[in-house]
Design a protein around this ligand. Structure first.
Ligand code: ZN
Length: 346
């Protein structure tokens, strides 16, 4: 049997210990490279001039030769006005990257020995960067595409006394916080020596949050994100019925089988849900609907990068943070400036 990718040496080229031992200067230079690239040039966030600005070592800042503006490596980014040393931020990022099923704020708070709220905001800033970058891409999937949904927060906690309990299967007793997570994934196809096409896992993943899995939401998302004429694998839910007009629709009936005789599965969607639920039950425990999309998108990112080494993912995550603007939702969070609207697809 071939060795599992994650056990190979190539999968492991990031050292949290080495990051924890960095000096603050080394942390600044690591971030500089991830923000502006190799070489001596930096880009002034005020006038946009790319050049070799003066570096003022005592302040860990650059001074623009054009407009004299002084700026740090985090100026104008999500990490602007940070209180933690940059080395600690990089260390947290490395722990985040290595946690394949996500990591809770409580755990990061212990690992860094910082307050829970500091860890909470830091982790959400990383999720914010992943979200901003996901939304910048206009993703259109084609070929073989798997689409499905799962529910979270389905039912309310039953009352203590049996006499006070309600039939939770009834619509009127449904939890108002119930949400559907919809996922669309396309797959890698490879041809073997005999020219047979073989599917070898998912490539791109897009996740959405909706109040329910219904045909209106499904049609809207498919119109926007799936090229007409694609092959769509899904389950027996009637929400997907209309896709048949524009796509080659293939179904698997999960009440009967996980793989139909014709070889139709919905496994790409299922493996996404599997990782999502492991994060939910095993790490985060509580997910507020306000941030549900951010969690769902984080798992989409973790799934899509599952075959990359942790060093590559680390560089990608940090550079995404350093190329995202300061976020209104995460500025002064604990002073009461909170995001109040959830990100719903429809
Ligand atoms: Zn300037």
């Amino acid at each position: 049997m071939p060795q599992h990718f994650l056990l190979s040496a190539e999968a492991r080229n990031l050292s949290p210990i080495a990051i924890a031992r960095m000096s603050e200067y080394e942390a600044v230079m690591t971030m500089k490279k991830l923000r502006w690239g190799e070489g001596k040039d930096v880009i002034c966030p005020r006038c946009g001039k790319k050049h070799e600005a003066y570096y003022i070592k005592s302040r860990k800042q650059w001074q623009c030769k054009e407009c004299n503006y002084r700026f740090s490596v985090t100026a104008g980014t999500l990490f602007a006005h940070h209180k933690l040393p940059l080395r600690d931020i990089l260390f947290a990022c490395s722990l985040y990257v290595n946690a394949a099923k996500g990591i809770s704020a409580l755990q990061i708070a212990r690992d860094l020995n910082v307050q829970y709220k500091t860890a909470f905001v830091l982790l959400h800033k990383i999720k914010e960067a992943l979200k901003v970058h996901k939304q910048r891409e206009t993703m259109q999937l084609s070929g073989v595409v798997h689409m499905d949904a799962t529910y979270v927060h389905s039912s309310q906690k039953p009352k203590n006394k049996k006499s006070e309990r309600v039939d939770r299967r009834l619509k009127q007793h449904e939890n108002p916080l119930k949400r559907a997570i919809l996922v669309i994934r396309d797959s890698f196809a490879k041809q073997d020596d005999e020219q047979n096409t073989k599917q070898i896992g998912a490539r791109n993943t897009i996740a959405f949050i909706a109040k329910s899995e219904n045909s209106k939401v499904v049609n809207q998302l498919a119109n926007k994100h799936i090229t007409k004429g694609s092959t769509i694998h899904t389950d027996e839910s009637p929400a997907y019925d209309n896709l048949i007009y524009f796509h080659d629709l293939k179904r698997v009936n999960h009440q009967k089988e996980y793989r139909s005789d014709a070889g139709v599965t919905n496994n790409l969607a299922e493996s996404y849900f599997s990782r999502f639920k492991r994060m939910y039950y095993g790490q985060v425990h509580k997910m507020n609907n306000t941030y549900l999309y951010e969690y769902a998108n984080e798992i989409a990112y973790r799934e899509d990068t599952r075959r990359l080494s942790n060093g590559v993912i680390f560089n990608d995550v940090v550079s995404k943070c350093l190329t995202s603007l300061p976020s209104d939702d995460w500025r002064g969070y604990w002073q009461g400036n909170k995001k109040r609207v959830e990100t719903l697809a429809a």
